[in-house]
Design a binder for this molecule. Structure first.
Ligand SMILES: NC(=O)c1ccc[n+]([C@@H]2O[C@H](COP(=O)([O-])OP(=O)(O)OC[C@H]3O[C@@H](n4cnc5c(N)ncnc54)[C@H](O)[C@@H]3O)[C@@H](O)[C@H]2O)c1
Length: 379
C-alpha cells in the first residue's frame, strides 16, 4: 500500500478514554496497513496545565483550552469527543458544521432527541462519523458475530447479558465533578443504563439484530449524595441498577442486568446466545476466549469448547503476534481505529455510525420510560 495520508486528530478530553484512544492512534499504523495515519495534532481540555501535561506525555503537537477554538482550526481533520455525555451533542453538531470527521464516545447522547439532531447534523454535513462501542472489536466478540452470521447457531432463542460493577456502594462517593460525573444525572443523562447497559445493547443489536420491546426496572439505592462542585447534599437522579427483559425482532427473548452494587465485581461484562444448533458465551474478564457449544459434534466428545482466540485465521489476530499469544482491552480501540480508517469514504463505513448508535439510544430511552411507567415500551 502507498504511504498513508496524514489525518490530523483533535482530541477533546484527557481522561480514561482520551488515553485509550490516543494509545490506539499511536499503535494502529504499526500493525495495520491503512490509507490514513493519525497525527496527534492537538489536545483540548479546560485546565491548561493538565492538558499540557497530557500533550507532553503522549506527543500531541499543541493544546487548546476551548473546544470551539479547536474546531476553528484548519489543521484539524478529525475530532475525537472523549468528554462527559452532556457535551457530546453540542460538540458533535459544531464539529459537523465545521466539516470535521467525528469519532464520539458512547453513549451517543443524553437521549434520543439529542441523538437525532446529531445524526441529522452529520448527514447534512456529509462527514464520516463513528461511536466508540469498542467491545464489538474484541476478537472473541467479532468471532461470535462471524459464527452467528455463518448460521452456525441456527434460530436464536435467547440472549443474556450483564455488566456488573461495585464502585458506588459507599454513600461517601460524591456525585458530579471530575472523577464522579457519572453519578450526576445532569452530566451523564442516566446511570448504568447509558454507561454500562449501552455497551451490552450495542453488542446485542450487532449480534442478534434489532430489539423490538423492553420492560425494565431501575433502582437508585443511595438517594442523596454530596455534589463535588457545590459541597451540597442533593438528590441522586441516576439509576444505580437496571434490569430489563426484551424481545428481539427475530423472536428471541433476552434478559439484561447492570449495576454498580454487585460487591466483588469490577467490570464483569458477559453475554450468552443460545441457538437451535449451538450456543456461545463471552466474558470480559477472559476477553480473549470464546466459549462455544456445537450440538452437531459427535455426542461422545460434545461439550463446551473454550476457544483461545489467538490464531491468525481469527478476527484481527493475523495483525498481531503469533498463534497462542493473546491481546487485551486496549486492542479493541486499535481495531476500532483500523476499521474506521479502512472503510472511511466507502459505501460500507465501519459501525457503529451515529445512526447505528441512535438505535442503542432508543433502547436506553425505552428502558428508562418502562421503568417509570411499569409497562412494556416498544422501540
Ligand atoms: N468505550 C468505553 O468503553 C468507555 C469507557 C469509559 C468512558 N466512556 C465514555 O467516554 C466519555 C468520557 O469518559 P471518561 O471515562 O474518559 O471520563 P473522564 O472523567 O476520565 O475524562 C473526561 C474528560 O473530559 C474533560 N472535559 C470535561 N469538560 C470539558 C470541556 N468543557 N471541554 C473540554 N474537556 C472537558 C475532562 O477534563 C476530562 O479530561 C464518556 O462519554 C463516557 O461514557 C466510554
Amino acid at each position: 500500500m502507498s504511504d498513508p495520508k496524514p489525518l490530523n486528530i483533535g482530541m477533546i478530553g484527557y481522561g480514561f478514554m482520551g488515553r485509550a484512544h490516543t494509545n490506539a492512534y499511536c499503535k494502529v499504523n504499526h500493525f495495520f496497513d491503512l490509507p490514513y495515519k493519525p497525527v496527534l495534532k492537538a489536545a483540548c481540555a479546560r485546565n491548561e496545565e493538565k492538558i499540557k501535561e497530557f500533550a507532553n506525555n503522549w506527543g500531541y503537537e499543541s493544546t487548546e483550552t476551548d473546544w470551539r477554538k479547536l474546531l476553528e482550526r484548519d489543521d484539524i481533520d478529525a475530532v475525537d469527543i472523549c468528554v462527559p455525555n452532556n457535551l457530546h451533542h453540542e460538540i458533535a453538531i459544531a464539529a459537523a458544521e465545521a466539516g470535521k470527521w467525528i469519532m464520539c464516545e458512547k453513549p451517543l447522547a443524553m437521549n434520543v432527541a439529542e441523538g437525532e439532531e446529531m445524526c441529522a447534523a452529520v448527514e447534512k454535513a456529509g462527514v464520516p462519523n463513528l461511536v466508540w462501542y469498542n467491545y464489538r472489536r474484541c476478537p472473541a466478540v467479532t468471532l461470535a458475530k462471524q459464527l452467528i452470521d455463518e448460521g452456525r447457531l441456527g434460530r436464536v432463542f435467547h440472549y443474556r447479558s450483564q455488566f456488573l460493577q461495585d464502585w458506588t456502594i459507599s454513600e461517601e462517593v460524591p456525585q458530579g465533578g471530575a472523577g464522579t460525573w457519572r453519578l450526576d444525572v445532569e452530566a451523564a443523562g442516566s446511570g448504568v443504563t447509558g454507561d454500562l447497559l449501552a455497551h451490552c445493547i450495542d453488542t446485542a443489536i450487532w449480534l442478534n439484530g434489532p430489539i423490538a420491546s423492553v420492560t425494565a426496572m431501575t433502582e437508585t439505592f443511595v438517594k442523596e449524595r454530596v455534589h463535588a462542585e457545590t459541597g451540597e447534599k442533593t438528590p441522586v437522579g441516576i439509576d444505580d441498577a437496571a434490569a430489563f427483559l426484551a424481545r428481539f425482532a427475530n423472536g428471541s427473548l433476552a434478559i439484561f442486568e447492570s449495576t454498580r452494587y454487585a460487591r466483588g465485581h469490577k467490570a464483569l461484562y458477559t453475554l450468552e446466545v443460545n441457538g437451535e444448533k449451538a450456543s456461545l458465551s463471552w466474558d470480559l474478564h477472559d476477553l480473549h476466549r470464546l466459549q462455544y457449544f456445537d450440538h452437531g459434534d459427535d455426542s461422545v466428545v460434545r461439550g463446551w469448547r473454550n476457544i483461545h482466540v489467538s490464531d491468525g485465521d481469527q478476527p484481527y489476530m493475523g495483525n498481531w503476534w503469533v498463534p497462542g499469544l493473546q491481546i487485551g482491552y486496549e486492542h479493541s480501540f486499535v481495531h476500532t481505529v483500523a476499521d474506521f480508517l479502512t472503510h472511511v469514504g466507502t459505501d460500507s463505513p465501519a459501525g457503529p455510525t451515529f445512526q447505528d448508535a441512535l438505535e442503542t439510544q432508543k433502547v436506553c430511552d425505552a428502558i428508562l420510560a418502562s421503568a417509570k411507567s411499569g409497562s412494556w415500551s416498544n422501540i
